[in-house]
Design a binder for this molecule. Sequence first.
Ligand code: ADP
Ligand code: 5GP
Length: 251
Amino acid sequence: VGQGQGQRGDGAVKATAAAPPNLHLRRLNPKLELEGYGVAMPGLAGGLELMLQTLAVSDYRSIRNLVVPLTPLTVITGPSGVGKGTLVKRLLERQPEIWLSVSATTRAPREGEVDGQSYFFHSREAFDALVATGGLLEWAEFAGNGYGTPRAPVEEQLASGRPVLLEIELEGARQVRRSFPTGFQIFLAPPSFSELERRIRGRGTDAEDAIRRRLARAEQELKAQGEFDAVVINDTLDTALFELERLMELC
Ligand code: ADP
Ligand code: 5GP
């Protein structure tokens, strides 16, 4: 499948033969715009380049159902304490081309967390202003705090062609599913609920009331795992990491 590079204004869509290794063709999305996206026709790859080279932009709408984003957007969701942060850190060490979104939150920094690296730590007023001005791609309340994904950096990274990873909770994942239906969504599950509790407590970062709220929320989140494109069980970290890389077509 060729890598299409949509160009508005010059009357033609140009294509190159080289497909990025991480090109995802899982779903077709009728709503995506031409700019920044490629056009793919699974099964008709041979004729694709020719078709794209001769295609007038005015004809484009008739095939817009075939448009898929070239840059993969992956969402990882899972209950607090399941090991999302640990796994994502290992993944990024091995796959430095992946860009991890830094979220905005009203939660207070934990020991060792750095503003702008772990999160952008905001007052409630500043967070609400981000929501009101559309600055967040998605946002949700979680265990008494607001969390959200800053919109502009994600859009910039996708436009630049870098694979984007969001590590967010369930409500946010649902919002992203609506705005990026071609994104790939992975649910990270614990081997058991008691092991989840052991991990949250073992992490030693949360007060008892926060732990209770997170465990209550975890019960709800675990019920939603069937909504996701894939479920990875984080039993042994290395096995989960390998499975994640396989699902993201990185190995
Ligand atoms: P999350 O980001 O999902 O809230 P963390 O990455 O902070 O979870 O992990 C919670 C705790 O569980 C940490 O203490 C971490 O070291 C531990 N942990 C993560 N993955 C595993 C695993 N596969 N086996 C045992 N402990 C794990
Ligand atoms: P923590 O306080 O443990 O860092 O995160 C609590 C929960 O918020 C986790 O499930 C985490 O995935 C989620 N989270 C982190 N950033 C975001 C975000 O930008 N949006 C949403 N919806 N959830 C987030």
